[in-house]
Design a protein around this ligand. Sequence first.
Ligand code: 3H9
Length: 697
Amino acid sequence: MSEAIGYERVGDIAILAANNPPVNALGHDVRNGLVDGIARAEADGAKAVLIYGEGKTYFAGADIREFGKPPTQPFLPDVCTRIEASPLIVVSALHGTALGGGLEIALGSHFRIAVPTARVGLPEVLIGVMPGAGGTQRLPRLVGVDVAVDVITSGRQIGAKEALAMGVLDRVVEGTPREIGLAYAQELLDSGAERRAISEMPAPEAVDFDALYNMVLQKGRGQIAPALAVRGVQACCELPFEEGMKRERELFMELMASDQRQGMIHAFFSERAVGKLPELKGVAPRNLNAVGVIGGGTMGAGIATAALLSGLSVVMLEMTAEAAEAARGRIESNLGGALKRGKLSQAQFEDLTTKALTLATDYAALGDVDLVIEAVFEDMGVKKQVFTQLDAVCKPGAILASNTSYLDINEIAACTKRPADVIGLHFFSPAHVMKLLEVVVADKTAADVVATGFALGNRLKKTSVRAGVCDGFIGNRILSTYRTCADHMILDGATPYQIDKALTDFGFAMGPYAVADLAGLDIGWAVRKRKRAEGVDPRARDFTYADKLCEDGHFGQKTGTGYYVYQAGKRAGVPNPDVMPLIEADRAAQGLTPRDFSDDEIVRRYMAAMVNEAAKVVGEGIARRPLDVDVTLLYGYGFPRYRGGPLKWADMVGLPGLLSDMQDWAKEDGYFWQPAPLLEELVAEGRTFDDLNKETA
Ligand code: 3H9
């Protein structure tokens, strides 16, 4: 027996207890242990077998760390088949998260009992694969095609109560998995219950699987795993069980070999790695109970909402009592959303908006808070005034944070007497919804202040990425470069609509011009004005159509027109007829003859610009590792998760080819296409961005 599966006899019942922390993943030793354990129970004269997990969970799935390596026997589908084929009664007792291969082991068991807090699911599509150990063959037999397709293609986790109602679980009982499993197994034995193999149940009627496949493919915006999983369910309906299992295996192996699987597993491990910084090992965060938020606009109100929902008390500081009341209105409206969705009770809503939230117009009200986040107008002079006042009123040890999206945190810190307590906490709007937080570390920021930034991110359920100080930090700096690349393509002949379409076809949630309309075109206008005022390099290409669009009052969704025209009640717009004449006038004024762009070229240039700037960001240490950039773009910029992030994508398409394209394009525009030294270095040494991730792990 392997040590990962303990064996014990209690009366007629053999107990197989998994012990493979942290999540009892079904690695080689666990699979071996299960097969040996079943054989031992049979040889031992037991009448029933109980399978459960020690620690915090039943099996959370196949061991993802083994993916990409040659598979080793016994394979997981064979383990499930072996369990199911046992003449003994096999009961699985579930707690924690019985996911993927874990749920498949449970479905291979004859009976399933769970504690009320258990969650089950087949989340394989979220890591670019599909159930590959009988999930697409057994689940539809148990719950029908519609429910099985929903569970498998969404990858969602299902609570015990719902799973019981679906028929995935036979029983839900309070207790430990061992206790409830033993009692259930004994009861089954006492009542003379017969073993119940799902594979022997009739398959459901087939439906129009081609239509279902196409619908799921379209919904996945280019992700193939959910659509192939539909083909697995189809096999369940149309083929005998063994044949269906073979078909499932083929489909699973096809996905295992795909770039999408690599991309999604990279995303999975990267989002867990971003918060693990060597410099923070052993550094305790400061205590956080009360926070101050300065500025109650959309951003400040969003931050305050997130803080209140996490259990922090909030002092909201505004310039006037009216502005403070308006901020309260925004916060209440945000919290109202949570109330409507059932995430908050009316009593909790009232507590948060009355007891936990205090409105203030005087800085003295911030004297007792542990952390202040400033979300005022993006102007260095204004920020300095705010920080000077904070320095005067905040208690010693309080953290002073700025939510600026591009200003120099070192300069802000320098106007206080406590630069070690100053940090950037860059939220994304709407801050109570968006998952990304850039923790911007200035030259003098203390390690425990950084640790507190990450602790706050965790508490607010954000994914936090460490960023250094530069214009735009990680995300907005890279965004500014790939947006510029798109603007250049427009000058040269592409349209905003073709660019948006090419990029949504690539998998982005939205194209750059639809995003600009959403954010407000005045934001980009202000940035261009600032950069021109600071002095733009004469070699940089410039354009005026976007400024003219703003001068004509087209600010995007908020004014109803931008690159698109938005009809009332509709989120998606139609092209604004005023846009192309402005672009054509700009081209004519610059003596440019428009040329055709293929969608491929658009994507290639846009992505190369993104990768090149990202390589500069990593090379300069603004991002610690390539994976920090990948997570930033995945969480804050709608990058398609199944492509892993821009630098994972770059590794997969090949760095030498990207560099060579840039060198070609540099012949037209040597200023924009200056390859990042890090990219040149990696190509020269035959290494990848992922090699860098591993070296800095
Ligand atoms: C599958 O089953 C395929 C089969 O159908 C067919 C096969 C033939 N493997 O997230 P956490 C690690 S596909 C290896 O921080 P939580 C994780 O990296 C699989 N390691 O905790 C982390 O390590 P570290 C289907 C895994 O409490 C630690 O465990 N299953 C795996 O917030 C703690 O994780 C899934 O896709 C794994 N499967 O959440 C489930 N899972 O401490 C994926 C976790 O070194 N996992 N680790 O950073 C999850 O969704 C969450 O981890 C879970 C726990 C909900 C389980």
